[in-house]
Design a protein around this ligand. Sequence first.
Ligand SMILES: *Cc1c(COP(=O)(O)O)cnc(C)c1O
Length: 399
Amino acid sequence: MRTFSKDLSNPGRIPVLGMLRAWRLMRQGRLHRYGEASSNALEVRALEEEYAAYMGSKYCVALNSCGCALFIALKTVGVKPGDKVFVNAFTLAPVPGAVAHCGAQPVLIEINEDYLIDLADFRKKAAESEAKVLLLSHMRGHIANLDELVEICEAFGITMVEDCAHTMGARWNGKLTGTFGKVGCFSTQTFKHINSGEGGLLVTDDPDIAAQATLYSGSYMLYGQHGTRPDDEVFAKWKAVTPNFSMRMSNVAAAVLRPQLNRLDFRARWWNRRYKWLAEHLDSIPHLRLPKRDEREGYVASSIQFNLVDLTPEQMKRYQKMCGDRGVFLKWFGNEDAVGFTSSHHNWEYLDKPAELPKTDEIMQGLFDMRIPLSLNRIDANVIAKIMREEMDKLIATL
Ligand SMILES: *Cc1c(COP(=O)(O)O)cnc(C)c1O
């Protein structure tokens, strides 16, 4: 029986130009983003300038992770200890983590069967709750109707912060995600769209937010070395009252990221082609449901999600094991305990009180997830789909 042997979690190598740039920094020892005598180490600054230009945003601040970018973004839009912050319930642990980092509490919003924030539930909770900030997570790259979301936020005086950890380079109706909210946050962690091990990028058009984010990031009053930055008067307003949280991006991270950024749109097309190969095959497997994707959703599919329907959790678990035994490792959000990168709101016991999210629970019970590496070729996609179909047929035969 055929098994699949490629490691889907292999992130692929860093472009040679990135290696050379990092090597040059190592030779100089200039791994910190700021220089004292001069701004002799320009990698982080250059990355910020290039990323702001790519996004069409006025300002970009580079940070040590997306989780910290979310935390800083929430601080800059005024989230205080004890506040409440809306978060869509299907997300990764660092998102409610960023809210907790502020001493605030998430108000979780239901999702729909296409893994998107449930706009009706958001409308209802926006009317009921005192929360004034939405931390919207485009989880696993699924993009909700952002025109409608912006409308709801405006109607209720809610400020939106976007978590774009999985939507770097992705668009809603032609406009880049991260430019709909007041602040957009991106990850450059190894398993996202560009890889520096750890790293985060924050973009905004708001000078007060940009100045605060720079100061929070730990600029040691060397913010003059930032390329995309507000005027000194804006910094003068904030510099004494904004603590230094030391969440800077390192120069090495920026050095390896810059050549990857140049290839982002190209790589996005590669990912999407692979997504389509897999989706076409998986779509015809019984009990397997793929999400419907709106034509306006310009996603970058670095992973694929689907639901198993009309099966019990035990049968799902068995299916996961059967596929795993043949080298196709599926992640499952329906596990009782958080495993690897998957967790659900039930695992976040630091929340004030358990959330009631029947719809989200039902969907996440059957939700599976698989990474799509760029190294996946057409034959790989066929083999994966064949294994998944055969194992489903076997499972069905035992029902
Ligand atoms: C990875 C991820 C983050 C956090 O990114 P880090 O850079 O690892 O802190 C936030 N949100 C989502 C949806 C993610 O997948």
